[in-house]
Design a protein around this ligand. Structure first.
Ligand code: ATP
Length: 323
C-alpha cells in the first residue's frame, strides 16, 4: 500500500535576532523506511518531537523530503504530491480550515471536494454524523464547539468521500471516552467493511496496544523498531514494571531505596522501574517492609507495556502517555 524509503527531512538552523539565541538544524526524519500493508492499522509511536508529524506530512505530499521516496498505491508522492489527495484522507493535528462551517456542512463540503455529487455527499454526511453520534451538534459551527467535539467533527470530515488510506495524526486528542470509542469503532469498520488502510500517529501507549496491528517506534527521527504490539512486547517479556509513588520525597537515605534509584525513571514523586521478576519481588519487599514504607504512598507491579519496549530500545520515554 505504502512504501517509504530513506526519508530525510532537515529543518534548517535559524539565526537569532536581537540577542535572542538561534536554533541548530534539526533532522526531523533521519532515513525512515517503512512498508505499510493494505488493510492494516499501522501506528507511528514516539514521544513529542520524535518526528511523527514531519513523517506523515511527507507521506501525505504536504511536505517535500530532502531525499528518499514515498510510493502509495503505486503513485510516486514525492514527484506528484498532488495525487495524494485523491488517494488518502489526512487529519492533521491542527485543522482550522473548516472552522466557519457547521458540522454537517463541513462533512458535506469535504465529500463534495472529494468528488461526490450533491445527493451522495448528503447521504454520506447523514451516515457519518449518525455513526459518530454528532446529531446534537450537527448544526453548530466548528469554531463554537469544545476541543473534543471539534476534533470529532474534523474526524467526521476526514471520513467523508471514502479514501482507501486514512492518515490520522493524534485523532483522539482532547476527546472523552465515548468519543474515543466512536473514533475507534469507525476506524475498525472502515478497515473491516471497506478494506481501508489506516496510518495512525500516537504517543498514547494504551491506545497503541489496543488499536494497532503493527507499530513503528520513532525516536529522534529514526525508526528504532517495527512489529506487532505483541511482537514488540516479547522483547521485554522477562521483565516486570514496578511503579513507586512517594508521599513527599523518596527516602534516599535508606540504602535499599538509594540502590533502586539508579534504575528508576523519576517523574515527580513517581518512580518507574523495569526489573526481572525476582528483582521486582525484592524491591517491593524492601520498600514495604523496612523504614521506607512510611514514605510510600502507593506502588504497583504490572506486565510490560510498549513504553517499556521503548525504554528497552534506548528511547527517552518521558513523552509517552499511558492513558
Ligand atoms: N517547522 C519547523 N521548523 C523547525 N523545526 C521543526 C518544525 N516542525 C517541527 N520541528 C522539529 O522537528 C522535530 C520533529 O517534530 P515533529 O512535529 O515531527 O514531532 P512529533 O513526533 O510529531 O511530535 P508531537 O508528538 O509533539 O506532535 C522536533 O524537534 C521539532 O522541534
Amino acid at each position: 500500500m505504502c512504501v517509504v524509503r530513506d526519508l530525510v527531512r532537515t529543518y534548517p538552523a535559524t539565526r537569532g535576532r536581537r540577542g535572542a539565541p538561534g536554533s541548530a538544524e534539526i533532522r526531523a526524519t533521519d532515513g525512515v523506511s517503512l512498508d505499510i500493508w493494505r488493510g492494516e492499522i499501522f501506528g507511528l509511536l514516539g514521544p513529542n518531537g520524535a518526528g511523527k508529524s514531519t513523517l506523515v506530512r511527507q507521506l501525505t505530499g504536504l511536505m517535500r523530503p530532502d531525499s528518499g521516496s514515498v510510493e502509495i498505491l503505486g503513485h510516486d508522492i514525492v514527484r506528484y504530491p498532488e495525487r495524494a489527495s485523491r488517494i488518502l484522507a489526512y487529519l492533521g493535528q491542527e485543522s482550522t480550515a473548516l472552522d466557519e462551517l457547521t458540522v454537517s456542512l463541513a462533512v458535506e463540503t469535504t465529500a463534495r471536494l472529494r468528488g461526490l455529487g450533491l445527493r451522495s455527499a448528503r447521504g454520506e454526511r447523514d451516515a457519518v454524523v449518525e455513526e459518530l453520534g454528532l446529531g446534537a451538534i450537527a448544526s453548530r459551527p466548528l469554531k463554537k464547539l469544545s476541543g473534543g467535539q471539534r476534533r470529532l467533527a474534523c474526524f467526521a470530515a476526514a471520513l467523508a468521500g471514502e479514501r482507501p488510506l486514512l492518515v490520522l495524526d493524534e485523532p483522539t486528542t482532547g476527546m472523552d471516552p465515548v468519543a474515543r470509542r466512536a473514533v475507534w469503532g469507525a476506524v475498525d469498520r472502515r478497515r473491516a467493511e471497506r478494506g481501508a488502510t489506516v496510518v495512525l500517529v500516537t504517543h498514547n501507549v494504551i491506545e497503541a496496544e489496543t488499536v494497532l496491528d503493527r507499530v513503528a517506534v520513532l525516536d529522534r527521527g529514526r525508526v528504532i523498531a517495527c512489529d506487532t504490539p505483541a511482537g514488540l512486547k516479547e522483547k521485554v517479556a522477562g521483565e516486570v514494571r514496578v511503579e513507586l509513588v512517594w508521599r513527599e520525597r523518596a527516602p534516599v537515605e535508606v540504602a535499599a531505596v538509594a540502590a533502586l534509584r539508579a534504575g528508576a525513571v523519576e517523574s515527580g514523586r513517581r518512580w518507574s522501574l523495569r526489573l526481572r521478576p525476582d528483582e521486582a519481588r525484592a524491591a517491593v519487599a524492601a520498600v514495604t517492609g523496612g523504614p521506607a514504607f512510611a514514605a510510600l504512598d502507593d506502588f504497583s507491579l504490572t506486565t510490560p507495556s510498549l513504553e517499556d519496549v521503548y525504554l528497552a530500545l534506548g528511547g527517552s520515554a518521558k513523552g509517552l502517555v499511558k492513558s
